[in-house]
Ligand binder design. Structure first.
Ligand code: ADP
Ligand code: MG
Length: 385
């Protein structure tokens, strides 16, 4: 069942409520990165140009109930929107008893998580949101894995609910990579959140032709294969899972790794064979021969999905494995898709954003999608939902 699309709806003189992801990083009241705001503009402009009046809804941070949350006001976001859209954007605190909007106008509702009903998917808050609009548009992929009032509940009380342009392109890219991929499909998994990502591997092993592992993920597989991994980050209770996955998947183990005794800017990285890791050292990166093999597999792929750095790339002496894999992903002819907070940071650090086909704006939502879980925010936009 496909989601409804913004382009299929008549927007002229309609009141449109857009749930965007304007949850930007702030230093005081200063926005340190406005990528999410800029990513939300196409949908906002699309609606305004077609003669809709637009209410914008977003959360910002995690307000604490009963505390002063003034520092989480969306006012800096309103100000940035005024500049980027070159038109007035009013920030509205009190809207629950109703609010008017004219065609071509845009009003931003104050941080929706100031209402406790948001995360509880509260019926009254969902209804109040729905009563503001004729059409509900969800464009917030980053929170699509949450069933909240503004991402899920509201859709129950409107006649028309659809995906915004950003959400639509996220879903298209993920479906292109997972539902009907050009083969071979290679999934590259690394990072440190091993237990959280094991479900991802369970799902990917069914659809991917090859799984390439690095980071803490690789350490757990090496341990499961009976190697000594010294002081490496591992989750030993996941060894059985790792064995099960490896039995039914094409998952080549790293043949060499970089290790270190300490983890700081001055630490020295040692090249070790995966069979010869000293007990007092920790794996901090994949080794050059492993990186070369991974790069070859990536070069021959039809589709590549990447989540998780291959090593502790924040330190230059442990970053080479991640850089080699990133370069291979940038250079392959395959359709490439990447996501995850630290993965995107690595992509920016290596300056290859332009050479990856699709970079997902959602960390948790991206992972849940590739786990094969339905996303509540997306399900709510399907016609029979
Ligand atoms: P993402 O945010 O892209 O989903 P994660 O949050 O799972 O990725 O993991 C990113 C972190 O994993 C990085 O901060 C990196 O330093 C760390 N990491 C990578 N390899 C290792 C390793 N071998 N040991 C410890 N930490 C690692
Ligand atoms: Mg992370």
């Amino acid at each position: 069942m496909a989601v409804n699309k913004l382009a299929d709806l008549q927007l002229h003189n309609k009141r449109v409520l857009i749930r965007a992801d304007l949850n930007v990083p702030l230093d005081g009241t200063k926005i340190t990165n406005d990528l999410r705001i800029r990513a939300s503009l196409p949908t906002i402009e699309f609606a305004l140009e077609r003669g809709a009046g637009v209410f914008l809804v977003s959360h910002l941070g995690r307000p604490k109930l009963g505390s002063n949350n003034d520092h989480l006001s969306l006012e800096p976001v309103a100000e940035r929107l005024r500049t980027l859209l070159n038109r007035p954007v009013e920030l509205i605190r009190d809207w629950q008893s109703g609010l008017d909007i004219d065609a071509g106008e845009i009003k931003l509702l104050e941080n929706i998580r100031f209402h406790s009903g948001e995360t509880e998917n509260d019926r009254d808050l969902s209804r109040s949101l729905a009563s503001l609009c004729d059409i509900y548009v969800n464009d917030a992929f980053g929170t699509a894995h949450r069933a909240h009032a503004s991402t899920h509940g509201v859709a129950n009380y409107v006649t028309d609910a659809c995906a915004g342009l950003l959400l639509e392109s996220e879903i298209d890219a993920l479906e292109r990579a997972l539902a009907n991929p050009k083969r071979p499909l290679v999934a590259v998994l690394g990072g440190s959140k091993i237990s959280g990502k094991l479900e991802v591997l369970h799902n990917l092993k069914r659809v991917a032709d090859t799984l390439l592992v690095g980071g803490g993920m690789a350490n757990t597989f090496l341990l499961a294969a009976g190697k000594n991994v010294g002081k490496s980050l591992v989750e030993s209770e996941l060894i059985d899972d790792a064995k099960v996955i490896r039995r039914s998947a094409q998952l080549p183990l790293p043949v060499d790794v970089m290790t270190s005794e300490t983890i700081d800017l001055r630490s020295h990285a040692f090249l070790r064979l995966a069979d010869e890791i000293p007990s007092h050292e920790a794996i901090v990166d994949i080794g050059p021969e492993t990186a070369r093999r991974y790069a070859k597999t990536i070069a021959d792929a039809g589709t590549v999905i990447w989540n998780g750095p291959m090593g502790i790339f924040e330190y230059p002496q442990f970053a080479e494995g991640t850089r080699a894999v990133a370069d291979a992903i940038a250079n392959t002819v395959a359709f490439t898709l990447a996501g995850g907070g630290d993965t995107v940071a690595a992509i920016e650090q290596f300056d290859i954003s332009e050479r990856i086909d699709y970079i997902s704006t959602g960390g948790g939502a991206f992972l849940e999608f590739i786990e094969g879980k339905p996303l509540p925010g997306v399900e709510a936009l399907k016609s029979d939902a």
